[in-house]
Design a binder for this molecule. Structure first.
Ligand code: SF4
Length: 339
């Protein structure tokens, strides 16, 4: 999920789509909150559709406790320089890593926070202040990493911070297991959609993430993001809006990478900015699955990059093969990623 793009084959570009101003964003947030509250109680914001009341004491598959719908738990709020260049710019991406996860892949490199829930719990007012602090530090955007399980308090925090002067683009950095209804509600609140599409087939989605319906849920989410926001648009050197699709290439094509590229092509999405990640390494419980208990080979990665070029993708970001060694996080450090 988190890494540096050492090589940019083609710079993302495209006609800039105007971002809503802070006042309008506040209005959109206020208009969306009732619908978001309804979507978390009973909770159906992700493909699990647990149906628990996230504005009360109940906790679903993600294990995230949002208090009365007003609390969030996060591990770090930092300037991050390891994201794609159009997210980092000069100031760094103002990244907030939320605790717990609705997907919990057994190879997760962020397992300390996603599986074990490391972090601190606070009222959304503190999160709003964290957003403003990142802006004051020079962040290029507010990068919400795995926010779905806290979406109701997160959007309340965005509203409060926007009232107090937050004007940065909001990046929704997600595993893609988001309900299309949620994506629709976040139109005009999220500026840059950053889904990491993980699987195209149910068997690996079940084996590694216990989410057999992941492909259909993620595909619907990505299509909704694309219809809503379209190609990536730039504000100077950094992204101001649109969709940037990540894809972590797994060994043995367990991620269905070739199928995913074909799926995008069939939907006329070759103008989508695509970040193909080579950084997979077996973390956490990956040793339980022999077929993914190794890193990607250079040949496996070159084949998918070549296939993307063959299909005509216009904006492809690639990684060097050593990225995995450089950008493994440790959330026990104050700065999870070494600069
Ligand atoms: S966000 Fe959590 S509680 Fe809500 S549907 Fe997903 S896993 Fe269940």
């Amino acid at each position: 999920m988190v890494r540096r793009c050492n090589r940019m084959k083609v710079a993302a570009s495209g006609a800039a789509m105007a971002r809503v101003n802070p006042k309008e964003k506040v209005e959109r947030i206020q208009a969306a909150l009732p619908g978001l509250r309804a979507l978390v109680a009973p909770c159906r914001v992700c493909g699990r559709a647990c149906g628990v009341d996230r504005t009360g004491a109940e906790v679903g598959y993600c294990r995230a406790d949002a208090g009365d719908g007003d609390h969030v738990r996060w591990s770090a709020a930092v300037l991050h320089f390891g994201e794609e260049p159009m997210l980092v710019g000069r100031g760094g991406s103002g990244t907030v890593f939320f605790s717990h996860c609705n997907l919990r892949c057994l190879f997760c490199q962020n397992w300390q926070i996603s599986h074990e829930g490391e972090g601190r719990t606070a009222h959304f007012r503190e999160l709003a202040q964290a957003f403003l602090d990142l802006q004051a530090q020079g962040a290029e955007n507010i990068n919400l990493v795995t926010p779905t399980q806290y979406i109701y308090p997160v959007v309340q925090a965005l509203g409060l911070a926007s009232e107090q002067g937050l004007s940065l683009p909001v990046v929704y950095n997600t595993n893609g297991y988001d309900a299309a209804e949620l994506v629709a509600l976040l139109g005009g609140i999220v500026d840059v959609w950053l889904p990491d599409v993980k699987y195209m087939e149910s068997p690996p989605a079940f084996r590694y993430s216990h989410a057999a319906n992941y492909p259909e849920v993620a595909q619907a989410a990505v299509q909704t993001m694309w219809r809503q926001s379209g190609p990536l648009s730039m504000e100077g050197d950094t992204a101001g809006g649109g969709v940037l699709i990540r894809h972590l290439v797994l060994p043995e094509n367990q991620s269905g990478t070739f199928e995913f590229l074909l799926w995008l092509k069939e939907r006329d999405m070759t103008s989508a900015a695509l970040s193909l990640m080579s950084q997979y390494s077996p973390q956490f419980r990956a040793a339980e699955c022999p077929e993914i208990n190794r890193s990607l080979t250079p040949k496996e990665y070159e084949d998918v990059v070549d296939f993307a070029a063959h299909l005509g993708f216009e904006h492809v970001l690639t990684q060097e093969m050593d990225s995995r060694a450089v950008y493994l996080p440790d959330f026990n450090r104050e700065e999870p990623f070494r600069r």
